[in-house]
Design a protein. Structure first.
Length: 152
């Protein structure tokens, strides 16, 4: 019958109690991930304590796919420090002078979180799932199928 037939038989034989147990387990995993994320937000003082480098604008220092660990610093930003910020659209309220000039190392033009550490290439998972959504849906479906058909 093969793997697909075995999987279908496994899904058909699931009892309500087993299904509820698996749903609670999945809920606990998701909740744990959210708690860890919120804890990192509190510890670092950042809304995004972990970010993925999505472009090659910071090469050679950081390559596309590297993961950066951020923290909020009250100290003034010094030249040469790596900063991360969100580009939000807002109306300009004052006409004061620009105090900070930022630029990607590999960008021609000029462009506040401080980068404290990084993991090379680990962020490629995020990049691939963003650029090829079908892969994201296949992975989510496969994980859901594993949760439903697990025997524990």
């Amino acid at each position: 019958m093969g793997w697909i037939g075995d999987t279908v038989d496994s899904i058909k034989s699931i009892q309500i109690r087993q299904l509820l147990t698996q749903a609670v387990s999945l809920g606990m995993i998701v909740t744990s991930a959210l708690i860890i994320w919120k804890a990192l937000m509190c510890i670092t003082g950042s809304e995004s304590p972990v970010v993925v480098v999505l472009s090659g604008s910071m090469e050679p220092g950081f390559k596309r796919g590297d993961i950066l660990f951020l923290h909020m610093s009250k100290d003034p930003i010094r030249a040469g420090e790596i900063v991360v910020f969100n580009v939000d659209v807002h109306e300009r309220q004052d006409t004061g002078e620009v105090e900070v000039l930022t630029k990607g190392d590999n960008n021609y033009g000029d462009d506040r979180l401080v980068c404290s550490r990084f993991l090379p290439y680990v962020g490629w998972v995020t990049i691939i799932m963003t650029e090829k959504p079908i892969i994201k849906y296949i992975l989510i479906g496969a994980l859901g199928l594993l949760v439903i058909t697990s025997k524990d």
